[in-house]
Design a protein around this ligand. Structure first.
Ligand code: PLP
Length: 286
């Protein structure tokens, strides 16, 4: 059985036959936006929020979608139904389209390309929860004010991830040139100190993760004390607990940064309680 089922502009392919033009602007210039979500029992999780973010990312890079929200939704639903798996990772990529010639001019393409990747979702490895993961800090070359678009240009994140791998860490925490801690390469980052849970504000140049958004929504109905605050490396190294969040991984404890243990180097109590409440909250939503 093939690993992937991929929808390209409405047609379904396995991974060996899913091909796109070398003139696609996503390939040539990273001129695309994307979303990553998952399904629970063949239903895309928070699809409306993901489509909101896809359209808002498109607006941030001045990409006017040539497909409507309804057309994109129809293709997503068609792909989910055709997948042999109930619980899948879903990646939705919208590129500005296939250029008629080399060149930056956006008018060289007239129709977007919509590519939807699906594959069975693997369970999180047990050790993430029993031991937690280790991270390094990676300072970005340039800063960005305000919430980031989820665009196809992840060069800085790739660089950060490569550095983490080279140094045998799980992933990197990206830091602005001014020294503000921002996010993981594909996750949001949080700390807990004296019972308070903190994460950097979007205005520091952070992607509005939907797990992050859901945790804030859940916190309104719970005892957790959660707020946004600009944070530095020292805040993280001296935190009681640290964790990362993303749609496909939920909440993962971070127990070491730059080779230093966070507190006693074990997954934190508040982190594990938050994870339990988050999973209960997700079950209620589905
Ligand atoms: N930050 C970045 C840079 C990301 O790429 C992602 C997810 O891919 C996230 C944060 C977490 O977002 P979400 O919770 O929507 O998966």
């Amino acid at each position: 059985m093939s690993k992937y089922l991929i929808n390209i502009n409405g047609e379904l392919f396995d991974e060996t036959n899913a091909l796109i033009s070398v003139f696609d602007r996503g390939f040539l210039y990273g001129d695309s936006v994307y979303e990553a979500t998952r399904t629970f029992n063949r239903k895309a999780f928070r699809l409306n929020h993901h489509l909101d973010r896809l359209f808002s990312s498109a607006k941030k890079i001045e990409l006017s979608p040539t497909l409507t929200r309804e057309e994109i939704t129809t293709q997503i639903e068609k792909t989910i139904l055709a997948s042999p798996f109930e619980n899948i990772n879903l990646r939705i990529v919208l590129t500005r389209g296939t250029n008629s010639d080399l060149g930056l001019d956006p008018d060289l393409s007239s129709e977007n390309n919509l590519i939807i990747f699906t594959k069975a979702i693997p369970p999180n490895p047990d050790w993430w929860l029993s031991d937690g993961v280790s991270m390094i800090f990676h300072t970005k070359e340039s800063s960005h004010k305000g919430p980031l678009p989820k665009s196809g240009n992840y060069q800085e994140n790739v660089k950060a991830f490569k550095e983490a791998t080279k140094r045998s860490a799980f992933d990197a925490i990206m830091v602005s040139p001014e020294g503000l801690v921002l996010e993981g390469t594909t996750s949001n980052i949080w700390l807990a100190k004296n019972g308070l849970i903190l994460t950097p504000p979007l205005s520091d140049g952070v992607l509005e993760g939907l797990t992050r958004k859901t945790i804030f929504e859940m916190a309104l109905k719970s005892e957790f004390r959660i707020q946004e605050q600009s944070l530095t490396k020292i805040d993280f190294l001296s935190a009681d607990e640290c964790f990362l969040t993303s749609t496909t991984r939920n909440i993962v404890p971070v127990t070491m940064i730059e080779g230093q243990k966070i507190s006693n180097g074990k997954p934190g109590k508040l982190t594990l309680e938050l994870l339990k409440s988050y999973l209960d909250y997700l079950n209620l939503q589905n």
